[in-house]
Design a protein around this ligand. Sequence first.
Ligand code: HEC
Length: 195
Amino acid sequence: MAEIIKHPKNENIQNDKYSTDHDYDGIKELNNPSPYWVLLLFLGTIAFSLFYAVHYFGYPNNGRDQISEYNKQMAEVGKQPGQNPSELSASVVFTKEQMTEGAKLFTEKGCFACHGMKGEGNAIGPNMTDHFWIHGCKPADLVKTIQEGVPEKGMTPFKSTLTDAQIKNLVAYILGTLVGSNPPNAKAPQGVECN
Ligand code: HEC
């Protein structure tokens, strides 16, 4: 033993003095503890974690944990226009004329090609008879989707080919007649559920 090694404090010290007798392949572990300030910092983080844990996960639930935050934010989202899941078709009354007119347009204007004869959806377009909507379920959301389309997803914009009244009639047909009609071969739901 008794070899000279360099201690971090730059003193030449005897290996034996600091030895822990742990030796692996000639690599020795020395007893060279961290400075006190490092130790205090470490203990400090443990103490802090206790306060932190009580603050955020305190019992009984104080609403500061992740799940409560998430639920709060989702409730906020629900209050924004166009995203309120509780305002579906049912709360809006469409006239029979609007729905009949809309049904005609649905065929005449070729909506059926991508959404199915009964709105059940097909390989191209989504099902419009369920309660799931990709772009919102309020009448205004549908009007906007029909006007502007979703060209990158294959939904044609119709604002230059349909009048506002025609679009409203289509929305009346979709929300008033198609939604909840339960046709055969309905395509799997897409988007967010509105109820
Ligand atoms: C060329 C195919 C095509 C035609 C024609 C078409 N659509 Fe679409 N439509 C789509 C596709 C694809 C989507 C889904 C877009 C997406 O995934 O973002 C869609 C979405 C929609 C949506 C929104 C659905 C949702 O879940 O938010 C409505 C409403 C809609 N179409 C109504 C109509 C109406 C009314 C017509 C006829 C005037 C029509 N579409 C014609 C392909 C078409």
